[in-house]
Design a protein around this ligand. Sequence first.
Ligand code: CA
Ligand code: CA
Length: 169
Amino acid sequence: MKLRNKVAGGVVAVGMAVTGSLFASPASAASPALKITDAYVTGDFGTPGLLEVGDSFTLVFDKAIQVQGPSFGITVADADGDRVYLGDQGPEIRWSIENLVTYNKKGRASISYDRVLAVTIVELWGTVPGLDLPTTITEISGVYPASAGALGGGLVNVARSADKVIDAE
Ligand SMILES: [Ca+2]
Ligand SMILES: [Ca+2]
């Protein structure tokens, strides 16, 4: 994962140079896209391998985040093609931002301020297709860099995230 992080960072740097945003575009400079560095299941209850009420997962971002509750949502899809929006217009989720001590691959601890988003599914309503684990994040809304003064949209770059698969690791 560390190697993939470096590769992703390199791609971003090249893209910025090509578009010339190094010299302009204060909007993009002030609102850097977040990336997910780690996504993993923290609780798989009921039917193992099926995402359902009571199950939980954690997303770790590369920067400190802020979350706007009403617009917060995560769209996920599994290998079968089942696709579910977790948020206000779909299964409800409980989320919390925690300050956690995290450990890198060398076992060195570092304090992670508000980079960790813990999500628990508290209710499922309507007909929800069986969402198997692992499941892949396709879109996130309502999560913004903590450094962004004014909230904007589409600030999580899922496509270029190092880890977007909610699985055991
Ligand atoms: Ca993962
Ligand atoms: Ca389960």
